[in-house]
Design a protein around this ligand. Structure first.
Ligand code: PAN
Ligand code: ZN
Length: 187
């Protein structure tokens, strides 16, 4: 039999660069993140075009039972003293979970339940993060390199950005070269 072997898409583990697949790309910039950081005047002083994070994902089926695969590249930087972070979300289908794999850089994965309980996991090359259903998630880059993480999530999960539009319970700031966690009362 003369079967040909299918060439699958690839991820370069060290950089998180995806190749050989139909890809979708989205850049999120300072101008897209109004109200996300604690210091809104500081955000307005930064160049609106500056990219905070890029997401690259395989353009695969969103049908029930199928999985999406994507890489987030979260750049180092701060708005005021607050570290660059993703917008963060619950899944629209709350019961749907996700797995994140740290590829490069250093940072934190902020998780928050619907009851408002928040926790932080260290993320680094090789770390594995099981995000259960009913749990909002946000990446925070506390390092000086790009933080890249691979994610796999159900095509039906969807994103609900509104539920935590007023913010998560914890915020991460740089103070005197150390990472400070602050609890927000209305988060
Ligand atoms: C990730 C995120 C990605 C960008 O692919 O969508 O890190 O973060 P925001 O969607 O919060 O802007 C994921 O969690 N997908 O479900
Ligand atoms: Zn998600």
């Amino acid at each position: 039999m003369n079967l040909s072997f299918i060439q699958p898409p690839q991820v370069e583990w060290a950089s998180g660069v995806l190749a050989d697949g139909p890809l979708l790309r989205k850049s999120t910039r300072i101008q897209d993140l109004a109200g996300v950081f604690a210091d809104e005047p500081a955000r307005q002083q930064l160049a609106g075009e500056r990219v905070v994070y890029d997401v690259e994902m395989l353009d695969t089926s969103p049908a029930e039972g199928e999985l999406y695969t994507g890489v987030t590249h979260l750049y180092p930087g701060r708005v005021g003293r607050e570290y660059f972070m993703t917008r963060g979300h619950f899944h629209a289908r709350r019961e749907q979970g996700e797995v994140y794999f740290g590829l490069r850089g250093n940072g934190l994965l902020l998780l928050q339940t619907e009851q408002g309980e928040a926790r932080l996991e260290n993320i680094f090359a090789g770390s594995i993060h099981i995000i259960p259903g009913f749990t909002a998630h946000r990446l925070i880059n506390t390092g000086s390199d790009v933080l890249s993480a691979l994610a796999v999530w159900p095509g039906v999960a969807g994103h609900d950005y509104m539920a935590l539009a007023s913010g998560f319970k914890l915020r991460l700031f740089e103070e005197n070269q150390t990472i400070q966690v602050k609890e927000v009362q209305n988060g």
